[in-house]
Design a protein around this ligand. Sequence first.
Ligand SMILES: [Fe+2]
Length: 706
Amino acid sequence: MPLVGYSDRLSLRPGETISFNVSSTVSDPYTAWMTRSISADPNPAGMGIVEESVDDAFPEQSFPSRYQPFFPGSYGITDKSVVLSLKKGFGIAATVFPTLAKQSRQTILSVAEIALFVDEEGAVALTVGDNTLSTSVPLELRRWWKLEAGFNVRTSHLYIQQTPIARSATNAVVISHEFELPSASIEARVLIAASWQDGRATDHFNGKIENPGLFHGNEITPENAIASWDFSKNISSTIAYDSGPNRIDAALVNFPARAMTGSLWDACEMCWRHAPEHYGAIHFHDDDIYDFKWETDFTFTVPEDLPSGVYVMRIRCGEHEDAMPFYVCAPRGQPRANLCVLIPTFTYVVYGNHARPDYEPSWQERIVDWNAYPYNPAEYRGYGLSTYNVHSDGSGICHASHLRPLFSLRPGYLTFGTGVGSGLRHFQADSHLISCLHAKDIAYDVITDQELHEDGSAALADYDAVMTTTHPEYHTRETLDALQSYRDTGGHLVYLGGNGFYWRIAVHNQADGIIEIRRGEGGIRAWAAEPGEYYNAFDGAYGGLWRRSGRPPQILVGIGFTAQGEFEGSYYERKCHDPAYRWIFNGVDEDIIGDFGFSGGGAAGFELDRVDHRLGTPANTVLLASSKNHGNGFVLVPEERLTHLTNWSGEPTRNLLRADMIYFDVPGGGSVFATGSITFCGSLPWNKFDNNVSTILANVIQRMTS
Ligand SMILES: [Fe+2]
């Protein structure tokens, strides 16, 4: 990428400062300017991309170009150097679970020119300077192996033992060879799962490592330990604890996965907190990514009078451009509107750089035609993919970071480059709602998941109404509690999406900008967490669907995920003609609602939510409208299915493939309006924002904010 950047945060309040970190391979300086984003949909059949100038807040300026590299791959590195006297002998031990055959070296543990690694043949090898010894017997993948290797001074032999722990067709291998070792001593830092070369980590290991250790002398015994890292300790931290005598802890770089089942795990315990000794493994990957750690090129401090909203820092050099969106909230406790739009930044980050399995290079035709954002993560995998993708070894990506460029979070990015409508999701699809608020002159503030997580319901307390966007899918306990509390203390909640409030995530309490997701047991999943690995490492909570933690979305918003299909939309049919709710339909005479739109061609589509009283829909819920006529590709979600004949609710499956538009009052004066479809907001801009979907939304906002 010739010109690309990211910001250190995605949202901030007046008086706070955001940093922009840019890498440019162009020699000329680049220009930066800031805009307010109204529409991020590049479809020429609609508004196109619309941004307002905010030159007063951030005058256009130039900055020198410089290339900033990044280095994927996780590893551990000690904070101190160890001293190893080779003439006294040494040993390296580790228990490993390799997951990837690779045509290059994968280091298990290294210190200077000494390394224990899996070689190109998949066998365990030991290098000391120019001498290398290999067992020449490949390790079977996805099996546990106990490895010991070193140099025995008494026999002048280098040796390696690779021993299968269980379930292996391969026998143990012991190999040794006489070598003349230099009688030097080594003083260097130890790396776990990588080697150090040219000032950076390289030769990353793919798989799980348990209890690696470094020893002096001829025997590998606890008494001879220089360091012995116990990954079952401090599992939520980014430090690997050394249980040896010297306390040489190792910092974990690029967030390898912790709370992974180790060689001792026997399914007696599924929660790592109850048997940490069963969770002594860390899973390292050569493509793990966290913080690119680029240096800051420039900053922006939000002036007190800048309206809350969606902003974009744009940069350009010659033909190259990038755009970094961010959100400005109102000053804490000082709302500037009655309505607050909750921006699902956690969901944006969890989806960040999603390389879709159905991506086709032919999508570039529409991208070029529409002058849409040109880069797709499917073609730029090196920047790290999303938690909807898998690592190079096939294991699920369970960490998501925004401290790197996220191509999917760019104005004009197309999630789908084909099909009816604009093919937008997330940031770009949510701009259909933002542009509608501007078109209808409805004042709003924004807030993001980050403020909601940190400040709880206080972040919302001053607003009459809080409105979600198209897909608020990922929530921490804190964000869910905040919304529930807001609703139950008189707040009006408007849920304009589908498949919301679905997955439970955790944020790290020491490292900024990183989210953890375990795709355990059920739900529409891009991958499946391994048995025994359903509990988050970050907070120790049971991960997966909120429904499996006793909080189905129906409890909060009356509806929850029921069906999924292609990115196509159908329409709602009005079900409620009770005069008590006529205010919702003021100006709408017809019963067919939303049979048009820029997201899949209809207001009810792609992912649908419905009422289910057993799952928590309140008894006083009013069914305003239900969708129908969904295509053959729509299916009941896995957690709703029981057998090939039966399902959770007991109703005929075809009746469950629908979105329910609902309303209910909440004791305490609050209320909920919910639409249950991801594509609902795509209909708002239709016919220049003059249509029955936008009319209904305006009616609801009017009532809830007056
Ligand atoms: Fe989703």
